[in-house]
Design a protein around this ligand. Structure first.
Ligand code: NDP
Length: 299
């Protein structure tokens, strides 16, 4: 957390920062900037106006305490969205353009072409068509991919070329047209374990799964089983139930799984500082910031 100090100083010189191990007088604290805060800590701050998540999600906050805060905000950051779009575009291209095969051929000094499927014939489905999902959709559309998205509620403002589905009723139709399925859902009670055997069975045979949501979205055993039968062709994984992924985990050396260490995108410290201060200023005026989270929905 101490890495944020220069960013707060630059955004608002003189901002008084306290850290969890040396809070000082708790009644002086207006805002808590959190990434896994010590359990019980938030409840000890009587004047708290704002709980600011350090991330796009809030699943790392203790549910009861954070959700009882007068105002709970997440980070909504265009730079983070650009980073996520770049990662997802890389994952899609890597698989769809058979880059694993080219890397193996190059390592063997072999000049060998692989079949080329035009992007328009590769359908990418994004589960979670929110801030990050929509940025990914725009990047993939610009590259010529056929893009579909799935959300909880209708998304009338999504780009017109995105084929949109929503809710439980739209899930089967959505999944049936995903050559690549990208999980960009928030982690909630409804979405935990979303990437499971039933979902894999509804994808076209040989589909590619990209998990850039949270580790708990994925049933790891179901993924290995679906890869073994060929129902899934490949997986690109950035988030894991246990992080760092333990040595000896079957994902590390699986020939059709690409592992990255939860680096799909990051939020800049300057953005965290600026958004925290802006959100606090709105809270002090009794206004609700656009990045406020609905505690009842969990995202
Ligand atoms: P948003 O809240 O902007 O978007 C969430 C999307 O998921 C919305 O479209 C929402 O639907 C949809 N959704 C939520 N619940 C359901 C449900 N039960 N069924 C179907 N759709 C649902 O979040 P962001 O785009 O900012 O972030 C998404 C997630 O990305 C984060 O929560 C985090 O898990 C992950 N992430 C991963 C990072 C990494 O480096 N790997 C970095 C940053 C974020 P609706 O539009 O109807 O509300």
């Amino acid at each position: 957390m101490r890495y944020l100090a220069p960013a707060f100083e630059a955004a608002c010189p003189g901002t008084e920062l306290r850290y969890a191990d040396a809070l000082g007088a708790p009644e002086r604290i207006d805002a808590a900037v959190c990434w896994y805060p010590p359990p019980g800590l938030l409840a000890t701050l009587p004047r708290l106006r704002l709980v600011q998540s350090l991330a796009a999600g809030i699943d790392h906050l203790p549910a009861g305490e954070a959700r009882r805060a007068p105002l709970l905000c997440r980070i909504v950051d265009p730079t983070m969205a650009g980073g996520m779009a770049a990662y997802v575009a890389w994952a899609v291209i890597h698989r769809q353009r058979a880059m694993d095969a080219y890397l193996a051929s190059a390592a063997a000094g072999r000049w060998q072409e692989e079949p080329i499927v035009p992007p328009a014939r590769h359908r990418v489905g994004i589960a979670g068509l929110g801030t990050l999902g929509e940025a990914c959709a725009r990047a993939l559309l610009a590259l010529g991919y056929a893009v579909r998205g799935w959300s909880r509620t209708p998304r009338p403002a999504a780009p017109a070329q995105v084929e949109c589905f929503h809710g439980a009723a739209g899930l089967d139709a959505f999944l049936s047209g995903c050559d690549t399925l990208v999980c960009l859902l928030p982690l909630t009670e409804q979405t935990r374990g979303f990437l499971c055997a039933e979902v894999f069975a509804r994808l076209p045979r040989g589909a590619h799964v990209v998990n850039v949501g949270r580790g708990a979205h994925l049933d790891e055993d179901a993924l290995l089983a679906a890869l073994a039968t060929g129902q899934l062709g490949a997986a690109t994984l950035d988030a894991f139930v246990q992080e760092p992924l333990p040595a000896g985990h079957p994902f590390w050396h699986h020939p059709r799984i690409v592992v990255t260490p939860h680096v799909a995108t990051r939020t800049d410290a300057a953005v965290i500082a600026r958004q925290t201060l802006d959100n606090l200023a709105l809270a002090r005026r009794g206004l609700r910031p656009p990045a406020a989270v609905d505690p009842a929905q969990g995202y």
